[in-house]
Design a protein around this ligand. Sequence first.
Ligand code: FE2
Ligand code: FE2
Length: 187
Amino acid sequence: MSDELKNKLKNNLYEKRYIHSLGVAEEAKRLAVIYGADEEKAYIAGLLHDCAKKFTPDEQLDVCKKLGVELDEYAKLCIPIVHSFLGVEIARTEYGINDVEILNAIKYHTVGRAGMTLLEKIIYIADITEAGRDFEGVDELRRLVNKDLTAAIIKSVEFELKRNSQRQSIIHPNMIYMWNDIVLNRD
Ligand SMILES: [Fe+2]
Ligand SMILES: [Fe+2]
């Protein structure tokens, strides 16, 4: 199944984005082995998490309207996260994915939510720690993710909240809910 998905995705995305998607799929599968999640679902969700990026940001808003994808007031103001909500519909209609766990992992890969499933957490962090990523702090996250998934997510959300507040940009409420939930419930 994943070969078919890969071919289609390759035709739809720019090369750089396609390579990133392969990296997330590999990283997600690797983490699924470590943490006991479904490896195939992790691979497919990783592969398709950015499938809506075949559209430009402006197009994404238009396609959301056309397909009836509802965006909350914050998502409408925060264009870089729109592709995760639209991605659910694209994965469903263009790639034939009906598995709710995979679709939710795509949906929550940008801002998370409270009560994330193991698969959702894996895709969230795999997007950040995949082999092609290069930013300050990525090595620390890669070290953490191999031994403590929760600690890696807390650290990556800490980076993200810091970045957003330094830029004085909007922080989607889901990210705050995710942060509180994970910090309150860590072991
Ligand atoms: Fe994304
Ligand atoms: Fe991504």
